[in-house]
Write a protein that binds this ligand. Structure first.
Ligand SMILES: Cc1cc2nc3c(=O)[nH]c(=O)nc-3n(C[C@H](O)[C@H](O)[C@H](O)COP(=O)(O)OP(=O)(O)OC[C@H]3O[C@@H](n4cnc5c(N)ncnc54)[C@H](O)[C@@H]3O)c2cc1C
Length: 458
């Protein structure tokens, strides 16, 4: 049966739900339908609860430094419910030569840190006269050229903590376009940042805070989904067609028609549906899968106060890192207990996800208990294997973005946002959803706009 709408949104994860929210807020008369293949909304965002322990399959939080995300929290009244863990109070650690060392969070800490030798610290300043290289490079090659090889363990944990990625494969142009622009305009990243600070445009003062909710991350997507009148669950979009100025979307049961179509899907899911309309430069973009190993311990456990730690590849550890979740968000475990959530796999070690849950837990315990006092055995364990991969913005990504720009221009009413297009974090996809909603209301493709210079927190 054919049904007519103003906007069809494919994907009921955060991107699709946020796009619908912004559209409905700006024009309540719009008839919007969201089509979601699973029997629940939220996509990668999913909270786990068992025996008094609460953990996350997907994101563990987002930073409160993005206007569009704060707008959603305010609109839903979730700003009164959210819990925050300020980064200034919850320091991050790096596993360095087999020990946990605090990551420097300001220039004073950078001067004092044992993570860099004195020549390594002086080498940072070479950025001031290193001529920008015009071509795209891996993040690792770019950072070593500008700031010296001493920074690579810190860069490694930054990309592990955000992308579960590989610093030798991620593209600097795709991941940090704002920083690259600054480097090219000012001839140096440091000079550019100092100039921005002087002009008062260097972003927010102080460190942001990580946001989650007492009921877990899925509280956000559940609330967004609750606003939608037309959310079709357990419905898979399997074909897209043009019919004059309209889009026709086939789901197996129904044919949906609308002048505007939003693809709010992870990059590869979008490519699979769109490739029949226009061949993309890449058949499949790379992804990183991770498992979250949830471990509960009794009060004898001694875990440093902080957010958690990350281990660079050169340390040769099994675990990518672990979050000290119950320090940041108490009530995630029964009283008198400690909750750790450890990450395994990532872009460099997909083979580790082939191991049984038992083997993974045992290897993670063996690894983490060499860094902290963790009584054996844990009182609670669970391995949460996320169903989707984290898209990797590697060297082909700029070409994919070019292709997106061209296809949106060619096929009127088509809007592509979602996991991995304009970044991978919740704030990135919410920003992209807001831009998409503006573009739909203006009946033109979204503007990519000025790339922001984003500080890196991980
Ligand atoms: C393990 C993991 C940890 C993460 N940690 C963090 C973190 O700590 N902080 C942070 O900010 N971000 C984190 N992220 C990223 C964050 O989860 C994403 O930015 C966000 O959830 C992406 O939302 P989305 O709607 O774009 O994609 P998704 O959540 O993937 O949603 C897409 C939806 O589309 C549906 N779909 C797919 N194909 C079809 C089809 N053909 N028809 C209909 N429906 C379809 C899917 O079922 C899914 O529900 C993490 C992601 C993962 C996987």
């Amino acid at each position: 049966m054919e049904k007519k709408f103003d906007v069809i949104i494919v994907g009921g994860g955060l991107s699709g739900l946020a796009t619908a929210h912004f559209l409905g807020k700006r024009n309540p008369a719009l008839k919007i339908v969201i089509v979601e293949k699973e029997d629940r909304p939220g996509g990668a965002i999913r909270t786990f609860r068992c025996d008094g322990f609460q953990a996350e399959w997907g994101p563990h939080g987002f930073l409160n430094n993005t206007a569009e995300s704060l707008e959603i929290l305010n609109d839903l009244g979730l700003d009164r419910e959210m819990q925050t863990a300020p980064l200034g109070d919850f320091r991050r650690f790096i596993c360095f030569n087999g020990k946990l060392e605090p990551l420097p969070q300001n220039p004073k800490m950078l001067l004092a840190t044992p993570l860099l030798t004195l020549p390594g610290k002086l080498r940072l300043l070479a950025d001031l006269w290193k001529k920008p290289r015009p071509e795209d490079q891996s993040i690792g090659a770019w950072a070593a050229y500008r700031f010296g090889p001493g920074v690579l363990p810190m860069v490694d944990v930054a990309v592990t903590g955000t992308f579960a990625g590989d610093l030798d494969r991620l593209s600097i142009d795709a991941v940090m376009p704002g920083v690259r622009q600054l480097e090219k305009e000012q001839g140096s990243v440091l000079r550019g940042v100092i100039k921005k600070k002087k002009n008062g445009v260097a972003g927010s003062k102080g460190l942001p805070a990580m946001v989650n909710f007492p009921a877990g991350m899925e509280r956000l997507t559940d609330r967004l989904a609750g606003e939608e009148k037309n959310l079709l669950l357990s419905t898979t979009v399997n074909r897209l067609e043009r019919d004059g100025a309209d889009w026709l979307v086939s789901t197996g049961h129904d044919l949906l028609r609308a002048p505007a179509l939003v693809m709010a899907l992870p990059v590869n899911a979008s490519l699979r549906l769109l490739e029949k309309l226009d061949k993309p430069p890449v058949v499949e973009a790379p992804g990183a899968r991770i498992a979250n190993v949830v471990m509960g311990f009794g009060k004898e456990a001694k875990v440093p106060r902080g957010f958690g730690y990350l281990a660079p590849e050169r340390e040769g550890r099994f675990t990518l890192g672990a979050m000290f979740s119950s320090h940041m968000f108490p009530d995630r475990c029964p009283a008198g207990h400690i909750l750790l959530e450890a990450l395994v796999g990532g872009r460099r070690h997909p083979e580790r996800l082939e191991l049984s849950d038992r083997e993974i837990v045992s290897r993670v315990y063996e690894d983490t208990s060499r860094l902290m006092v963790l009584p054996e055995p844990p009182v609670f364990t669970e391995v949460l294997r996320s169903s989707g991969a984290i898209p990797q913005l590697e060297m082909d990504h700029p070409a994919l973005l070019e292709w997106r720009r061209a296809i949106e221009k060619k096929l009127s009413g088509l809007h592509i946002c979602g996991f991995g297009w304009d970044g991978i974090g919740m704030n990135d996809v919410i920003k992209s959803a807001a831009r998409t909603s503006e573009a739909i209301l203006a009946e033109k493709p979204a503007e990519s706009g000025q790339a922001p210079v984003k500080p890196v927190y991980f």
